[in-house]
Design a protein around this ligand. Structure first.
Ligand SMILES: [Zn+2]
Length: 265
């Protein structure tokens, strides 16, 4: 069970098993207690849907202050629903913000963050090598297998052992609320295990499925070698819990984005 906590004025969830590792700090922020209003109410970090820049900037500062960070410590990425994974140490300032959906680092003080509103935010931490990662996986990223690729990249780049790696899956749209069409189902044609175990055909609507994104990502993590007991999940549906989180689907677009981050102390 993840815990709901408060620091400064921001409220967030944390995984107790990730928290046991003093070398890192992590949080899955809620939408509470920010300064944005209306459909962006209130701790919105997204700018693409039309929130005011000044309010979003203040929300960033609220989060940074709460965790004793500066806003500039958050590594800037442009999420594009792909499967590109970057390593902080390989990039220069001129490369930023970088278009990608996963970031890894062994560098202290660089906060890796993804913004979500239904997509799966995934945090990775290798306890032995002290390397962390963040992944943004909507249906496209999941169909591309980005979670498994991130685990593979940790192995290749840092010699991480999957057995030493912890994975925390944050709040995302649940199977209860995520109906998809044949286009999405077809995108998984090469992932047989995910197709068989994470999709349920809708009883009442022909050609439609309920997709369990969390379980799809969990399957990919296990197939990449992460032990089941090292994978933790918030098990909260963003669409059911619009009181706590933003939900792109439930709000029919035009909503905010909450933040999910991990940083080496
Ligand atoms: Zn739901």
């Amino acid at each position: 069970m993840f815990r709901l906590l408060k620091r400064g004025q921001v409220c967030y969830l944390e995984s107790p098993r990730l928290r046991e590792n003093p070398f890192l700090t992590h949080a899955f922020l809620t939408r509470w207690n920010g300064v944005s209003t209306g459909k962006f109410s209130s701790l919105n970090l997204g700018l693409r849907e039309g929130d005011e820049e000044e309010r979003v900037a203040r929300n960033w500062r609220l989060i940074a202050d709460a965790f004793g960070l500066s806003v500039s410590q958050f590594f800037p990425i442009d999420q594009v629903h792909g499967d590109r994974i970057v390593v902080v140490e390989d990039l220069q300032d001129k490369d930023l913000p970088v278009r990608c959906d996963a970031v890894l680092t062994a560098r202290r003080g660089v906060a890796l963050a993804v913004k979500t509103a239904d997509c799966v935010p995934l945090l990775l931490a290798d306890r032995e090598k002290q390397v962390v990662g963040v992944v943004h996986a909507g249906w496209r990223g999941t169909a591309l297998g980005i979670a498994g690729k991130a685990v593979k990249a940790l192995k290749e780049r840092y010699s991480s052992k999957p057995g030493d790696t912890l994975a925390a899956i944050g709040p995302a749209v649940g199977v209860c609320c995520y109906q998809v069409d044949g286009k999405v189902f077809d995108a998984f044609k090469r992932s047989v295990s995910v197709r068989e175990r994470a999709f349920r055909a809708c009883q009442d609507v022909e050609g439609r499925w309920m997709l369990d994104l969390e379980s799809a990502n969990r399957i990919q993590l296990v197939e990449a070698g992460i032990p089941r007991e090292n994978i933790f999940s918030a098990a909260l549906c963003t669409s059911c819990r619009r009181d706590l989180f933003f939900s792109h689907r439930a709000e029919k677009g035009g909503t905010g984005r909450h933040l999910n981050f991990i940083v080496l102390n």
